[in-house]
Each structure stands twice: as structure tokens, then as C-alpha cells.
Design a protein around this ligand. Structure first.
Ligand code: NAG
Ligand code: NAG
Ligand code: NAG
Ligand code: NAG
Length: 366
């Protein structure tokens, strides 16, 4: 496995296709390879190097799916094992990367008994403190993405629980750590926005059905969703056509947190020129039903797009036409309402295929 990875990097350091072979779990990213019994006391891992490929520090437990904690049954999304990070504990892995390239890390996470949880994910010199209080999916597991730009030809990924709970066994469970190289899309004459179809983004686990959350972009400048910022307090969900209904191509965004989360991009525009912002609004075929409204903004102009969702997939298209008043126009989308699906997970309208174009001859088009 490692031989193949190294070879493909050496042969094809600048080649997108060969490089994407590496996209996926990092070595032992699902923690299926565990410590020797002699390196454990109960569930506690005793030796820093006991979990193959990883280096641990602090109170780290090795958890088998089905294990009980009080009346809580711990289940694991990928395979049969996961780790739990106690107070101030961390897991770390060094992997080979290409200096200067952007990467996104995806991982799955489950809260156990702690309340105010957050996780510090870092690849020096970048780090991000992800707020994890909100549970988005209904089964206890959420997947998150975080991005960095490689400063060296290796990256040391650290997942650290900065929490200090009375019960050190209340930390988060971590499973399925994966990486994906990001190729920042370029502008084209077909779209003034970058990554308007959301095709470029973090790794989505083939074996999970809850997408990947793009956390609010408070601290990092490198978005796991190239071109886009996630604003305000809550995350948006990145979904794919393998698991959801998606208006165009393979990937889209589900606005899962009402007005508390918005995605935005700043476009270069020419004051006085007329533009059209076109996009698709739909639902993800995830039993998310009801009257939905997507609010689109282009500078000071807005458009509210109602969408009646039966929760079975489908979409419509909308266009916001506006005259730019500045060099830079902020394009933004949010969902007016909060919605929960039948399985009581947060859900909402899907947006996709966002295009911004200048109108050559506005009068004739009227
Ligand atoms: C294992 O843990 C128990 C309880 O925490 C402790 O009493 C015992 O000494 C530990 N054993 C080893 C080998 O560390
Ligand atoms: C997160 O971890 C990084 C690297 O270990 C550290 O530099 C940073 O200060 C930490 N941030 C927080 C908020 O704990
Ligand atoms: C997905 O699950 C199947 C069957 O459980 C397993 O064989 C496969 O390795 C998993 N895929 C990944 C990427 O872990
Ligand atoms: C537009 O950009 C130019 C330079 O790029 C700047 O000098 C000018 O002030 C900007 N105008 C507005 C309205 O932002």
C-alpha cells in the first residue's frame, strides 16, 4: 500500500489523476489496526506508539464497536474500531504530501458524554478549533472537513481534544481520518464564480450516508470548499450523488442550519454592469419535507426562492438579476427556515450550479 502511494507521488508529482489515487483514508485512518493486548489496560492505550501508524498522547482509549458506556452503546462508522480522546489527549500521524498543495482532511466524530465539545485539528503552522456542540446527524456521528496548505513535503496531522471534563472518559470518539488534495478551480468565461458547482471539495466517505460538514470558517483562511466561505455560527453540509439527490453533477451543498449558516463568495464585478446570478434549489432526497426558502444575495440585491420539498429529491432553477454597484460583489446563500427530517437530523434546501455572468446587452434581454 505505502509502496504504491510513494511511487505514484514520485512518478506523477504534478499529475492530478494519479495524485487522486491517494485520496481516501490515511494509513490506518479507520483505526482497524489496534494495539497489542500488552499495550492496553482495559480500553486505555498505554504506549505512545501502540496504535499502528499513529502516535498518541494523553488518555486515549481504543474502542470496539458495540462496547457499552453506562447505558450508551458505542457504535463505529468505519469497520469495528475507533479511538476516544480523553482530556487533552491527541492522536498524530505524519504523511507525505506535496509542498504548496492544498489538502482537505475529513474525519468522523461522535460525542459521548461531554457537553461543550470542540476539537483542535492542526497541521503546523495551521490549526482550527472546530465547535462540535451541534449534532447534525441522527445517529450520533458527524463527519467534518478542514483544510490546510502544505508548507513542507510532509504533514503532521494532529487531532487534539482540548477539553477538560471531570470524567476523562467523556471525550469524543474519532474514526475514519481521510485526506483529499484540493485543486482550486479557476475562473472561466462561463462563470465569474469559482467552484460554482461545488464539485471541488473534501473527501466524502463512501461508507457513510451523512455527508461531510464544512464548519464555520472562523479561523482558517483555507476553505475545504475552494472558493467559498462558510459564514456565521453553524456548518453547511457537503453532499454527493452517491448518497443524495444532487441537482447537477456529483456534489452540492445542503443548507442545514437555517439563517445560522451561509455560504458566500466575493466576485469581481464592474460597477454599472448588469449580471445574472443563476442557481438551482432543491432537496437532497433525505426525507426533508416542507416549505423551504433559499435567500440569495448579490451585494444589496436579494431574491427569495421558495421550494416545496416532498423530501424525495428534485430541484428548480432561479435567477437573480442585478446591477453591480462596486468592484466586488458579495454573493451569499442561506436558508430562511430550520428544518428537521423524519429521523430528526438537521436538514434543509440544497443549492447547486451557481453561476454569475455579466449580461452583454441588458436591454435586449429584458
Ligand atoms: C490498570 O488499571 C487499573 C485501574 O485503573 C490499575 O489499578 C492497574 O494498576 C492498571 N494496570 C496496569 C498494568 O497499568
Ligand atoms: C491547536 O493546536 C495547535 C498545534 O498543536 C496549537 O498551536 C494551537 O494553539 C491550538 N489551539 C487551541 C485553541 O488550542
Ligand atoms: C466500506 O465497507 C465495505 C464493507 O463493509 C468495506 O469492505 C470497505 O473497505 C469500506 N470502504 C472504505 C473506504 O472503508
Ligand atoms: C475599484 O478598484 C480600483 C482599483 O482596483 C480602486 O481604485 C477603486 O477605488 C475601486 N472602486 C470601488 C467603487 O470600489
Amino acid at each position: 500500500m505505502r509502496g504504491v502511494i510513494l511511487l505514484s507521488v514520485l512518478l506523477c508529482a504534478t499529475c492530478h489523476i494519479a495524485f487522486s489515487i491517494r485520496d481516501g483514508l490515511v494509513p490506518n485512518g479507520d483505526f482497524e489496526l489496534g494495539p497489542k493486548p500488552s499495550d492496553m489496560n482495559g480500553t486505555k492505550v498505554l504506549n505512545r506508539y501502540a496504535v499502528p501508524r499513529w502516535e498518541i498522547s494523553g488518555f486515549v482509549e481504543y474502542i470496539k464497536s458495540g462496547q457499552k458506556q453506562g447505558d450508551m452503546l458505542l457504535v463505529v462508522p468505519e469497520g469495528a474500531f475507533a479511538v476516544r480522546l480523553g482530556n487533552e489527549a491527541s492522536v498524530k500521524q505524519r504523511i507525505k504530501v506535496i509542498k504548496g498543495t492544498y489538502y482537505s482532511i475529513s474525519f468522523s466524530y461522535a460525542r459521548t458524554c461531554a457537553q461543550e465539545e470542540s476539537l483542535n485539528i492542526s497541521v503546523a503552522p495551521d490549526s482550527g478549533l472546530l465547535p462540535l456542540q451541534t449534532l447534525y446527524s441522527s445517529n450520533g456521528w458527524d463527519s467534518y472537513a478542514w483544510a490546510f496548505q502544505a508548507e513542507y513535503d510532509y504533514a503532521e496531522i494532529v487531532l487534539h481534544n482540548p477539553g477538560v471534563e471531570e470524567d476523562p472518559a467523556c471525550g469524543p470518539l474519532i474514526d475514519s481520518v481521510a485526506i483529499r488534495g484540493l485543486y482550486p478551480p479557476r475562473l472561466s468565461n462561463k462563470n465569474i464564480l469559482k467552484n460554482g458547482g461545488f464539485e471541488e471539495g473534501p473527501y466524502i466517505f463512501p461508507n457513510t450516508s451523512w455527508g461531510v460538514l464544512i464548519p464555520p470558517n472562523i479561523e482558517d483562511d483555507h476553505s475545504p470548499l475552494p472558493g467559498w466561505m462558510v459564514e456565521s455560527l453553524k456548518a453547511v453540509k457537503y453532499i454527493d450523488s452517491d448518497h443524495f439527490s444532487v441537482p447537477q453533477d456529483k456534489r452540492a451543498i445542503e443548507l442545514v442550519a437555517g439563517k445560522e449558516s451561509a455560504i458566500a463568495q466575493i466576485a469581481r464585478t464592474t460597477p454599472g454592469k448588469t449580471y445574472t446570478l443563476s442557481f438551482a434549489v432543491g432537496d437532497a432526497n433525505n426525507a426533508c419535507q416542507g416549505s423551504m426558502v433559499v435567500e440569495a444575495f448579490a451585494g444589496k440585491d436579494t431574491l427569495k426562492v421558495p421550494y416545496e420539498s416532498k423530501g424525495k429529491g428534485g430541484f428548480k432553477r432561479a435567477v437573480l438579476r442585478f446591477v453591480a454597484v462596486s468592484n466586488r460583489t458579495r454573493v451569499m446563500f442561506l436558508s430562511t427556515f430550520y428544518t428537521m427530517n423524519d429521523f430528526s437530523s438537521l436538514c434543509g434546501p440544497v443549492i447547486d450550479d451557481v453561476k454569475l455572468l455579466s449580461v452583454k446587452n441588458p436591454r435586449r434581454m429584458m
